[in-house]
Design a protein around this ligand. Structure first.
Ligand code: 3HC
Length: 383
């Protein structure tokens, strides 16, 4: 198996991630089939691809001719058998539900040709467990893109227990071919790298709001201007979707209750179908379902110290390094490229003082339990 044998890509699922992955694959010159279970979902996805390509033309990143060619390289298809015909690489981006994935992979396996390699864009489900559902666990890998795939340069590459080395090489090469940068997640751990930091942070932000009785825009401004995030954390949760956050939470917490301290507000927003920007309301309210930003200011940021948020982010990051999931360098790369951090997380830790961060965690652990126990890497981290 090698990258040069990949010509036709089939993307399963045309939601936020699926349509973006189809677009970036087509932008790299691949012929792409985008498959979903209803024509109306595909129509919506193709509209979004058109919108995104227009934006790139507007910003002179593509010519109109190139954009038209890319659009024409993506074929929307409902019939699964037809969608899989001749596929060299399948990228699965269906909703994060193990029962659904089981159903999908059983069906896929009955139609896919023996040459087809499998990749899942899962954000939280165990790669080895999904690979075991298929006839080809050695040719199954996690390829975790970030939202929006068109703009975020990171793809986490996660091998399962049986993934072959040549499949890992192919995946790393494919990521580069589609203009992204791979980071190898060496262990199939809950949340991989970025979500292990991101998802618990959303919950912590809600706890901070309650504990400190401050406005969401104050916390978000502090996250943006004092932690060097491109968006506030409530803003990012709305942008990602409360359905995605909720499902990731349930999955991560059920696999390892220590990685996350769930706040009931997330489930409440999910149950109320206030899913964020896409439904017009989540933590904040929006005018429509199109890209929109919250007004965050340095003035607001000055009113709040986000030390508890930084402490929780750094602690989960430290766990990943302590446990050999990634190096400090790859961790910083993943946060820069996958979440758009403008400064290294551990540089911000140094600004706040490692001792202060560790003390904050100890205080929180004394009041709220072992989720906050500082990781040895952080305790021993030298400024
Ligand atoms: N295609 C093309 N253009 C797009 C686009 C898309 N899909 N989405 C947005 N844009 C455009 C916007 O319309 C805007 O254009 P404009 O200048 O004409 O208004 C431009 O891109 C963005 O400019 P902004 O000044 O609004 O924003 P930023 O400079 O802050 O960049 C961002 C936007 C890249 C989204 C940046 O804010 C960012 O990196 N945010 C963090 C996103 C993040 O953390 N993603 C990961 C979430 S976790 C995840 O996905 C994992 C999953 O498993 C949960």
């Amino acid at each position: 198996m090698s990258l040069s044998t990949i010509n036709k890509i089939t993307v399963l699922g045309s939601g936020v991630m699926g349509h973006g992955i189809a677009q970036v694959s087509a932008m790299a010159g691949y012929n792409v089939v985008l498959r979903d279970i209803e024509q109306s979902f595909l129509d919506k996805a193709m509209e979004k691809i058109k919108w995104s390509l227009n934006k790139l033309v507007e910003k002179q990143k593509l010519s109109q001719t190139e954009a038209d060619k890319i659009f024409a390289q993506i074929t929307p298809v409902v019939d699964l058998k037809q969608a899989l015909k001749g596929a060299d690489l399948l990228i699965e981006a269906v909703p994060e539900d193990m029962n659904l994935k089981k159903k999908v992979y059983t069906e896929v396996d009955s139609f896919a040709e023996s040459k087809t390699l499998y990749a899942s864009n899962t954000s939280t489900l165990p790669i080895s467990e999904m690979a075991a559902l298929t006839s080809r666990p050695d040719r199954f890998i996690g390829l975790h893109f970030f939202n929006p795939p068109q703009l975020m340069p990171l793809v986490e590459v996660i091998p399962g227990g049986k993934t072959s080395d040549s499949m890992v090489d192919m995946a790393m090469g494919f990521v580069q071919k589609v203009g992204k940068q791979p980071v190898l997640c060496k262990k199939d751990v809950v949340g991989f790298i970025v979500n292990r930091v991101f998802i618990p942070l959303v919950h912590e932000a809600v706890y901070c709001r309650e504990r400190d009785n401050v406005a969401m825009t104050t916390i978000d401004s502090a996250v943006k201007f004092k932690m060097s995030f491109p968006m506030g954390i409530f803003e990012l949760a709305d942008y990602t979707g409360l359905d995605v956050i909720h499902k990731a939470t349930v999955e991560m917490h059920s696999r390892d209750s220590k990685v996350i301290r769930p706040h009931p507000k997330i489930k409440q927003l999910f149950d109320e179908k206030n899913l964020g920007q896409k439904t017009g309301k989540g933590f904040y309210e929006y005018k429509g379902d199109k890209y929109e930003r919250i007004n965050l200011t340095e003035q607001e940021a000055a009113k709040y110290s986000p030390i508890a948020l930084l402490a929780v982010a750094a602690n989960n990051a430290a766990w990943l390094i302590s446990n050999g999931v990634c190096s400090n360098q790859d961790l910083e790369k993943a946060l820069r490229l996958g979440m758009g951090l403008k400064k290294e997380l551990f540089a911000t830790v140094q600004d706040f003082g490692t001792k202060n961060i560790v003390q904050t965690l100890k205080d929180l652990a004394a009041r709220h339990g072992s989720f906050y126990e500082p990781d040895p890497y952080l305790v021993n981290y030298r400024n």
